[in-house]
Design a binder for this molecule. Structure first.
Ligand SMILES: Nc1ncnc2c1ncn2[C@@H]1O[C@H](COP(=O)(O)OP(=O)(O)O)[C@@H](O)[C@H]1O
Ligand SMILES: [Mg+2]
Length: 352
């Protein structure tokens, strides 16, 4: 906030958001809100969605952040060709409140545990599918160890994941979907020595690959502010944790230089978003996953944001024309030739 104000850009200033009431469809009167807290306060999450529909650019998109979790994000990484540890989703040890055995009749009992163990292997990690802050993260040595630790997980939905026994580890900030700060890191050290590890610097080629993966993941997820962690095994970076939309950036943990990068990059980015904000429009970032889904184009293969804008418009036009053609068909029931084919051709004409 101080950094934005120091820059003294014309008509731009920053302050803590102040809320004294939240009325449906009423704006909060900010061009941009940087959200660092709604993961812990559902009231704020709902207030931010209400601000978003009223034109505020919320960093990060509160809708996407309400939707994704680590398991889906791993599935997305698989589709994008970004290496991730082999991972399976486990049903919670205990039934969620107000459910019964009947609610789980779709589950085989027992699950195909041998199939699961053969896929993941041991040692493994078990962690909540939507966790953070190293909470309830367990290292698992074998089957017996898993049963023991699974017993204590209650209603949490857990992932069981191959352990990547790593030679090196990186934590990377990504701001604005394209600005990347790669930090060599040693998670096995005590907190104060994680960034001061004394390791030799990494090869440029590896750093380039990491940067490429960080940008790809964040472009597809649609996060404006996130961190991605990689464990390196045999020269391959495996994405371990990339669902951190309010990542730690404490000067005491990341050090002066990384802290300075985050403050400066985030301040400049927030100002940029304020300049681009347009009243009466949606000013959120929507990732390529959502955009390709809406445009009904394949997930990968040169779908630039510009191309997607054009495709979305075409898809909208197409569906409008199909609806129109359907209505005509219903009217003129005597003309059975008004078929799908006609409807499908029309949008092509309109494109011309
Ligand atoms: N599959 C894995 N292989 C190796 N180390 C892992 C793996 N999963 C987690 N870890 C270790 O556990 C730490 C916490 O797990 P992480 O997935 O980052 O959870 P959180 O979101 O709670 O930070 C990681 O920083 C890493 O050191
Ligand atoms: Mg982590």
């Amino acid at each position: 906030m101080d950094r934005i104000n120091e820059k003294a850009e014309k008509d731009i200033s920053a302050e803590f958001v102040r809320i004294d009431k939240v009325l449906q469809g009423e704006p909060l009167d900010y061009s941009v809100i940087v959200d660092r807290i709604s993961q812990s306060v559902p009231f704020y999450r709902a207030a931010l969605k209400n601000a978003a529909i009223s034109g505020t650019a919320v960093i990060n998109n509160p809708f996407w952040w309400s939707a994704d979790e680590k398991f889906f994000n791993n599935a997305l990484a698989v589709k994008l060709g970004v290496p991730v540890p082999k991972t399976v989703l486990l049903p919670s040890r205990n039934h969620p409140d107000d459910t019964s055995d009947q609610s789980f009749r779709n589950l085989a009992y027992p699950l195909d545990w041998d199939g699961i163990f053969n896929y993941v292997g041991f040692p493994a990690y078990m962690k909540p599918f939507d966790g953070g802050g190293w909470k309830d993260v367990y290292k698992i040595s074998d089957k017996e160890d898993l049963w023991k630790k699974f017993e204590g997980t209650g209603q949490l939905v857990m992932l069981l994941q191959e352990e990547i026994i790593f030679d090196d580890y990186f934590r990377c900030y990504c701001i604005g979907g394209n600005q990347v700060r790669i930090m060599q890191y040693e998670p096995r050290n005590p907190h104060h020595l994680r960034y001061e590890h004394g390791k030799a610097p990494a090869a440029q080629k590896l750093l380039d690959t990491i940067k490429d993966y960080v940008i790809k993941l964040n472009q597809y997820l649609g996060y404006d502010f996130n961190t991605v962690e990689f464990a390196i095994r045999d020269g391959i970076p495996y994405a371990i944790d990339f669902c951190n939309p309010a990542p730690d950036a404490d000067i005491k943990s990341v050090g002066q230089e990384n802290f300075e990068w985050v403050v400066e990059t985030a301040a400049t980015y927030a100002i940029d978003r304020a300049k681009k904000q347009k009243d009466g429009l949606d000013n959120l970032t929507w990732g390529q996953y959502v955009r390709t889904s809406c445009a009904q184009t394949p997930l990968t293969g040169g779908n630039t944001p510009e191309a997607l804008d054009a495709q979305t418009t075409t898809a909208q036009v197409a569906s409008e024309v199909v609806t129109e053609a359907k209505a005509k068909k219903e009217k003129a029931a005597a003309k059975p030739k008004a078929t799908k084919e006609t409807a499908a051709k029309k949008p092509a004409k309109k494109k011309e």
